[in-house]
Design a protein around this ligand. Structure first.
Ligand code: HEC
Ligand code: HEC
Ligand code: HEC
Length: 473
């Protein structure tokens, strides 16, 4: 027995042993806390020093440079290399996240809301002070392949390095060569508003253990060259899974449900597996290519929200060979059944009872009346649209995936935020109704449209519309 316990003079033997157990427990806790701290310090040290390792061996980079079709190893980029880099930067859609203000392309500052807080994208123009002007090629490769910044800090996976790790050194360096030709913009984006403990960058070590496998794309020799090209693009640069694959509780991608669909900031990125009812199993390769290059497949789908941006900033620039490769690859992924009884785009009938609406009292929240007043000028009271299949036509709401989908999120989002998509094909604009219509009116129109022109089971409540309206776009 120690001095301390005898000084305390416990009331009886029971209390004494209780005290002893309590002291043991405290000592154990202290030891555990100390070992955790040591472990954490080790991880933090490891995280900040890991970059040394890849700096030791610069030869693969030199090799990749030498490999370039131009044969240029002097460090000054040839126009061909820059052109290829521009194409690849588009395939990777770098501009979408790294541009907040269109007059400052690639200068960053775009807020990205996540469950852990708000991230602001960095400036990746060649400005030496605020951008990546003084990054070496090795730094750049390390960021895209390992998610590690120039100072050795862990980058957050909002930056899709989990996909970019698959991109060859040669392609990453072509992107770098292109970025080097941009006008340097002196601009420092706002600091991340990320909550404790996620503000500790080294914690990403744990995220990486569960969700990240470093390594370049390995072609499958059993598959065609076309399939391999599609897989390389979809799994790598084009990072389609960032939106289309559901996430686990650590916000990593659920590998068991790849491409099965997921909701982010109010928008549902649909199931794009080849399942016949839940996915895009009925789409032809041409449909997929047309959707990605124009944002439209008549009688099936139109691209709105984040997908409209993907089409406008990225996929519209891909060659028809690359688009076809993407379609070929998507057709081969395991189909995931979401329990749907019909394909999204297979619902709906034209309205034929406009007469029934005449003489009805205007109630303010009658979905049919609100539809006639707000939507029919463009989509026709029958819902069949105007302009048929001409580019930029006002589309039919019958056989439209956003109207036939369950849940009806995207339809409500289209009403709240409109559609904006600039492509070489057409300048598409549907106005936003956020300021004209109240939450109960948006819900009423949504539920009228799904019932009349789409999946009658698909409904939104006024509470859901309130939430959708509040999501940061
Ligand atoms: C989905 C959004 C998104 C896309 C697409 C994206 N980035 Fe980023 N990127 C980010 C975010 C967010 C960060 C900052 C992460 C952090 O704070 O740790 C980042 C960081 C970076 C960094 C590190 C910069 C620094 O100062 O530490 C580089 C380099 C970079 N991105 C290059 C690219 C390139 C090249 C592409 C296209 C091939 C690209 N990014 C596409 C979101 C994106
Ligand atoms: C930034 C998020 C995001 C990324 C990245 C993204 N998508 Fe999408 N995608 C969406 C959303 C949201 C929709 C639904 C759009 C709508 O309702 O109009 C969608 C819709 C689609 C559709 C139409 C499905 C239907 O039934 O209407 C296809 C096909 C598709 N995406 C393919 C792709 C491919 C291929 C890629 C990669 C090249 C990709 N997407 C990348 C968010 C994304
Ligand atoms: C000024 C004309 C105009 C008005 C008014 C209008 N729309 Fe649209 N709508 C469009 C255009 C243009 C598109 C996009 C066409 C494209 O993608 O090529 C569109 C697209 C849509 C889509 C397809 C979105 C997708 O992701 O597939 C739906 C659904 C829709 N509108 C519903 C409505 C509803 C409901 C209203 C009334 C609240 C309405 N629209 C009012 C012009 C209009």
């Amino acid at each position: 027995m120690t001095k301390e316990t005898s000084r305390v003079q416990p009331a009886g033997p029971g209390a004494q042993s209780h005290l002893y157990i309590e002291r043991r427990r405290r000592r154990l806790m202290a030891t555990l806390a100390a070992s955790f701290c040591v472990f954490a310090l080790y991880l933090a040290w490891h995280a900040s020093h890991a970059w040394d390792v890849s700096h030791e061996d610069e030869s693969p980079i030199a090799a990749a440079l030498a490999q370039d079709a131009s044969g240029n190893t002097s460090g000054s980029a040839t126009p061909d290399l820059v052109k290829r880099g521009e194409y690849l930067a588009r395939a990777g859609d770098c501009v979408a996240c790294h541009t907040a203000d269109k007059s400052r392309p690639f200068a960053g500052g775009l807020p990205i809301a996540t469950p852990f807080g708000t991230f602001y994208t960095p400036n990746i123009t060649p400005d030496p002070d605020t951008g990546i002007g003084n990054w070496s090629d090795a730094d750049f490769l390390q960021a895209l392949h390992e998610g590690i910044g120039k100072g050795g800090e862990r980058l957050y996976p909002t930056f899709p390095y989990a996909e970019y790790t698959k991109v060859t050194d040669r392609d990453v360096l072509a992107i770098r060569a292109y970025l080097n030709t941009l006008t340097p913009i002196h601009y420092t984006p706002p600091r991340n508003g990320v909550k404790f403990p996620f503000n500790l960058r080294w914690l990403m070590v744990f995220w990486n253990i569960f969700n990240f496998t470093e390594g370049r794309f390995v072609p499958d020799p059993k598959q065609s060259a076309e399939w391999n090209r599609g897989a390389y693009l979809v799994e790598g640069l084009a990072h389609c899974e960032e939106c289309h694959t559901p996430r686990n509780f650590t916000q990593g991608l659920k590998t068991s449900e790849r491409f099965a669909g997921a909701t982010q900031a109010g928008w549902h990125a649909f199931n794009i597996t080849p399942h016949r009812n839940s996915g895009i199993g009925n789409w032809s390769d041409d449909d997929v290519a047309s959707y990605l290059s124009t944002g439209v497949v008549h009688g099936r789908a139109n691209a709105a929200g984040p997908m409209a941006e993907v089409v406008a900033d990225s996929t519209q620039y891909l060659t028809s060979e690359d688009l076809r490769s993407i379609a070929v690859y998507l057709r081969s992924v395991p189909p995931v059944n979401g329990g749907d009884t019909r394909p999204r785009e297979a619902w709906g009938e034209p309205a034929n009872d406009v007469a029934a609406l005449r003489g009805m009292k205007i109630s303010g929240v009658n979905g049919a009346q609100l539809f006639i007043a707000n939507c029919a000028t463009c989509h026709n009271w029958t819902g069949q649209g105007i302009g048929a299949s001409a580019p930029g036509a006002y589309p039919s709401l019958i056989h439209n995936s956003a109207v036939g989908a369950s849940p009806a999120n995207n339809l409500a989002m289209v009403i709240l935020h409109g559609v904006e998509r600039k492509t070489k094909d057409a300048d598409v604009l549907m106005p936003s109704f956020a300021t004209q219509l109240s939450d109960d009116q948006v819900a009423a129109i949504t539920n009228y449209v799904t019932k009349q022109f789409g999946n009658p089971q698909s409904m939104v409540s006024v509470e859901q519309v309130v939430k959708l309206r509040a999501t940061q776009q």
